[in-house]
Design a protein around this ligand. Sequence first.
Ligand code: NAD
Length: 331
Amino acid sequence: MKIAFYGTKPYDKIWFEPMGKEYGFDVHFIEAACSRETIFMAKGHDAICIFVNDYVDEEMINALYEMKVKAILLRSAGFNNVDVKAAEDKIVILRVPSYSPEAVAEFAMALLLTVNRLTHKAYNRTREFNMSLNGLMGTDLYEKTVGVIGTGKIGQAMIRILNGFQAHVLCYDPYPAEGLEAEYVSLEKLFKSADIISLHCPLTSDTRHLINKDTIAIMKKGVYLVNTSRGSLINTEDLIDAMLEGKFGGVGLDVYEEEEGVFYEDRSGDIITDDNLARLMTFPNVLVTSHMGFFTKEAMQAIAKTTLENAYALENGLPLVNQVGTEMVQL
Ligand code: NAD
């Protein structure tokens, strides 16, 4: 099988290169992201392999179909970046539904602890022998009320971590899970009661801009917000307005509405044309990271393994257990 591997970074090759060889696949590593401009590079391949900030729209699906590309191998769980409906009956879409929920949950906690206890600022200060504590006061997580939105694999891992801090965990999910050490409540109660809110639901038509001026209005003043799910769960302009009013104690964002083309790239020498992103960076209590919650050795290895198993199953006519179907699309 010939695979066009878009958006290659050096760390992708660590596992994909040797594992791809073990399977006998011919993996063609392409640095460019998958887009309308680069889709022609898929010609001559049986499958393309893409990540979260690549996209495949209807026009690109049709181009792939004409090039006889049989599959889109997603190196991610989320598939909101592919037109699944347009691909029906033309191209098979396979994903990695689970790799390391703990990786993302642990990172959500890292973001929370950082914006709360300001270790990133302390690090810079002490390196310059500024040992003053002014402005570095945080709050205990112990006995705080934390709202977890979405109690799937990552949300549940986050709840386990929060219980270790002896926080009081409230949660919301339209499909509640059994046996969690957390209390299911309405979304409204969660927004009103939580000192900290962590988002762990997928991006769907129901969850787009879940955090907006109305929901922010009912949150407690000084609330902390962490988003490691998808940028469009938050209406960024509403978040900025509320930040300007001092609503939030701290905000940790691993994802951003307009992250495509910016995240995963070194833009340090460029003029930033995205005013909202630039504005977010100016707040002392906002921490933005570049969609890296998944980025652990264990998760990267698991992503490579499942992606290549998906390709193997397709090549050998085995059941496609990780296929994305139109019935899964809610956007
Ligand atoms: P999952 O499918 O196991 O869980 C998602 C949960 O969200 C499900 O329980 C579902 O019922 C719930 N949900 C659906 N609609 C909802 C709604 N309207 N309100 C509240 N909950 C709702 O997925 P997961 O593996 O836990 O991943 C969660 C999200 O994390 C993914 O959708 C993805 O966007 C994000 N993610 C981010 C990274 C990263 O690197 N930052 C990595 C992996 C996944």
